[in-house]
Design a protein around this ligand. Structure first.
Ligand code: ADP
Ligand code: MG
Length: 238
């Protein structure tokens, strides 16, 4: 579970088309990175997938079922925000439980899911701490834990590390890559940082002005960039 297909998707704001007709398939379990310069439409594309913006035309399918008109809560996707948005006065356990409490899930099911998420994210020893007592990486894991308990078919990240300093970013990159290895979940990760794209992605989608310039693995893009824009952006010698 976790395949996402975009079919001739467009997005206009007023009469400005920021996403021209776009086709893209994201495979189950893949770590896909959307990369491109500021303003090229990365966030817009992610928000269209999440359902936070309506597409202007085209179709979106999730796990083979049409999701074009589904509200965000029904898409089975989890958006992980940059600020993590944890509740400082609540324990890690309560932060993770929050969406399940809101959904009035039975207590024993909540407990089962919290334990499973904590185990998957190496947070078992931290469940009774508060966010302020955790490192940046651990807080990121709690934010993901809170997403995991809803059992999403994919996780969406919009530049989650862009506010961190360079040293912290390296560690967080590893944390997120490791989490992907462990969860084997579909992840879509937006960044304007070439190094993040090259080191984290299974598949990179290079965007320019809403267009897909090229899709490929980091090695494919490095060795066979389709044009000078991709070569320049990815940093390959051509
Ligand atoms: P990125 O995330 O790659 O920096 P965005 O997706 O935020 O780019 O923006 C793509 C284009 O769409 C930009 O030209 C931006 O100004 C425009 N845009 C984004 N959101 C809106 C909006 N709500 N209203 C009007 N224009 C928007
Ligand atoms: Mg953006």
């Amino acid at each position: 579970m976790g395949q996402i297909q975009l079919n001739q998707v467009t997005k206009s704001f007023g009469d400005v088309q920021v996403i021209p007709p776009l086709d893209l398939t994201i495979e189950d379990g893949e770590f896909t990175v959307f990369v491109g310069p500021s303003g090229c439409g990365k966030s817009t594309l992610l928000r269209l997938i999440a359902g936070l913006e309506d597409i202007t035309s085209g179709h979106i399918a999730i796990d083979g079922a049409d999701a074009t008109n589904l509200p965000p809560a029904k898409r089975g996707l989890a958006m992980v925000f940059q600020s993590y948005a944890l509740y400082p006065h609540m324990s890690v356990r309560k932060n993770i439980a929050f969406p399940m409490r809101m959904a009035k899930m039975p207590e024993d099911e909540q407990k089962r899911r919290i334990e499973a998420a904590a185990k998957a994210l190496n947070l078992t020893d931290y469940l009774d701490r508060r966010p302020g007592q955790l490192s940046g990486g651990q807080r990121q894991r709690v934010a993901i834990g809170r997403a995991i308990v809803r059992e999403p078919s994919a996780f969406l990240f919009d530049e989650p590390l862009s506010n961190l300093d360079a040293a912290l970013r390296v560690g967080m990159r590893l944390e997120i890559s490791e989490m992907h290895e462990r969860l084997k979940a579909t992840m879509i990760y937006v960044t304007h940082d070439q190094v993040e794209a090259m080191t984290m992605a299974d598949k990179i989608v290079v965007l320019r002005a809403g267009f897909i310039e090229q899709v490929g693995s980091p090695l494919e893009l490095y060795h066979k960039p389709r044009n000078t824009f991709v070569a320049g952006f990815i940093g390959s010698p051509k």
